[in-house]
Unconditional design. Sequence first.
Length: 107
Amino acid sequence: MTKDELIDYFNTFENSSVDCPFEDDDSVVARHKSNKKWYALIMCLNGKYIVNLKCDPLQSQFLRDNYKSIYPAYHMNKVHWNTVELQGDVSDELIKNLVNHSFELTI
């Protein structure tokens, strides 16, 4: 999945807004319109696009143990957030499922 494809997916959620809050980079935040809580953060790290997604801690550990492209979140709470490399070993379908999960956890 590419950064643009993921942003397009964020835009399919009814209560979602997408913006670039950081002046000096191309990071993208997806948040709920109603409560302004983030459910995703896309950024470039070491030349790769990643997305941080909120996740149930028990599921987080399972995912980290089974995918080399999922690990404790970069610059966020490492218990409740995961980082997912967009061009890694995680299928587009699983990324969408993880986005859905993060969206639901942040309502």
